[in-house]
Design a binder for this molecule. Structure first.
Ligand SMILES: Cc1cc2nc3c(=O)[nH]c(=O)nc-3n(C[C@H](O)[C@H](O)[C@H](O)COP(=O)(O)OP(=O)(O)OC[C@H]3O[C@@H](n4cnc5c(N)ncnc54)[C@H](O)[C@@H]3O)c2cc1C
Length: 425
């Protein structure tokens, strides 16, 4: 439904959210559900596969529940995996199976990690937001925001140029956020730690639907995230120096060919007949890095999700981050009648700690899983032996499942991270 017709012109709203991805549409649902007059402006006319994240880790599942969007994500085709297995060149499959993580018991009442198609999730959340009373405009272009005591958003919609007055603007427009730039917020990015890409495939035969997988072999790190009926999202990551390794017309074919790992038992049967989920399914690679902003609030505006700075996707946290951001912004708006920038002080402070911890978790994951060759194998083996016996060493790893706020702060102290980095040297 598009309500921005000439006969039903939107001119005012309490909250205007620029970007109807995971963060923006989840927030729109939660605000509309709480009776706040909300408009979402989304650039796409319909959500398409842009090779974005699809695995919501356990702590993100909890955030989705807190926001009230969990049933929507489950109904959008979400599949829970309660087991995480590391078939890797450094261990036998039997050993990997025997030490597989029980991610279904990481947090009370959370059945595991939830894998759900990104376009399906966004579309279902936006539809639910509309049902709850939010107004959405799809296919918008040229959004321009002005913050201050009387925030304004101008955009070009399907029915022409529009001006929208709001009490608050939320920038939820992803990595290349125009809203962030227009608010004059500075983004700092780290160099790419690796290049990572994904392909949605059908025809996976014999991989357990309750199990997600990770492993390194030769010069590739892989992930397997299964859904129903032989569908899975596969990811591959490689050195940033191999730009273009999977690109051009043969990208999907080369990706599928590479997905024959000796360390995965029965790999040739499981992945022997996989194919892209549709002829138009993209196979795209992105730099895997971290970023942060000098501020995430302005008078009359706040940023959430990737627009506010992202975590290296190597640890698959972006969806959980966006959902927690949405929840904290909703809670701040509901708790205060005056929406001054101060109401986001707790959100800002919490996010800074959260993102710093996740940056360190990503650093550990990159060091352990994307250092190749004999040294990499030594490191990985030493780490696999060390962390399960030491709660503090385990913290940066378990944070990716439980949430960075649910493990000991000590796990992120520089001496502890350095101790992990020295393993196997
Ligand atoms: C290869 C890869 C794999 C990943 N894997 C995982 C994973 O497994 N798990 C995980 O949690 N995270 C993962 N991530 C990260 C995750 O995809 C993002 O962190 C998450 O999608 C961020 O959500 P968001 O709502 O902030 O932004 P997005 O999902 O990017 O949504 C932004 C929305 O804003 C819209 N938009 C943009 N500009 C405008 C504009 N000017 N006006 C209106 N609308 C606009 C876009 O069309 C889009 O719909 C991965 C990322 C990559 C690149």
């Amino acid at each position: 439904m598009n309500v921005d017709t000439d006969s039903e012109l939107i001119t005012h709203a309490d909250v205007v959210i620029v970007g109807g991805g995971i963060g923006g549409s989840a927030l729109a649902f939660a605000l509309a559900n709480a009776g706040i007059d909300t408009v979402v402006l989304e650039r796409q006319k319909s959500h398409t596969d842009r090779v974005r994240g699809e695995v919501i880790n356990c702590w993100g599942v909890r955030e989705a529940r807190e926001l009230g969007v969990l049933p929507i994500l489950e109904d959008a085709g979400g599949n829970y995996a309660n087991r995480f297995v590391a078939y890797d060149e450094t261990v036998s499959p039997e050993h990997a199976d025997s030490v597989a993580l029980d991610v279904g018991s990481m947090l009370p009442d959370i059945p595991g990690v939830l894998d759900v198609g990104h376009p399906q999730a966004c579309a279902a959340l936006l539809a639910a937001a509309e049902k709850a009373g939010a107004r959405t405009v799809l296919g918008v272009e040229d959004t321009v925001v002005e913050c201050g005591p009387r925030p304004v958003v101008r955009y070009n919609g399907p029915y022409g140029e529009r001006t929208l007055h709001a009490r608050l603007i939320v920038g939820a427009d992803g990595r290349v956020s125009a809203t962030r730039q227009q608010l004059g917020v500075r983004l700092t990015q780290t160099p790419a730690n690796s290049l990572g890409g994904g392909l949605l495939v059908d025809g996976v035969d014999g991989w357990r639907q309750d199990t997600s997988g990770i492993g390194t072999e030769d010069d590739l790190l892989y992930f397997v995230y299964p859904r129903a009926n032989g569908r899975a999202r596969l990811y591959l990551l490689h050195s940033p120096h191999q730009r273009g390794r999977f690109s051009g017309a043969s990208a999907s074919k080369d990706f599928i060919k590479a997905f024959q790992f000796h360390c995965i038992p029965n790999s040739s049967e499981i992945f022997g007949n996989i194919r892209p989920a549709s002829p138009r399914t993209p196979c795209a690679f992105f730099p895997m890095n971290d970023s942060w902003c000098d501020t995430i609030t302005r008078d009359g505006a706040v940023l959430i999700g990737d627009a506010a700075g992202w975590s290296d996707p190597v640890i698959g946290q972006g969806l959980s981050i966006a959902l927690r951001d949405a929840r904290l912004v909703r809670d701040a708006l509901l708790a205060h009648s005056e929406w001054t920038p101060d109401i986001f002080a707790d959100y800002t402070a919490e996010r800074e700690v959260r993102m710093r911890r996740l940056l360190l978790s990503g650093k550990v994951r990159t060091a352990m899983s994307l250092t190749f060759g004999p040294y990499g194998r030594r490191r990985r083996k030493a780490y696999a032996a060390a962390w399960p016996k030491d709660e503090i060493l385990a913290g940066s790893r378990l944070a990716t499942f439980k949430g960075p706020h649910n493990v000991a702060a000590e796990s992120f102290e520089s001496e502890v991270i350095e101790q992990i980095m020295q393993l196997g040297s």
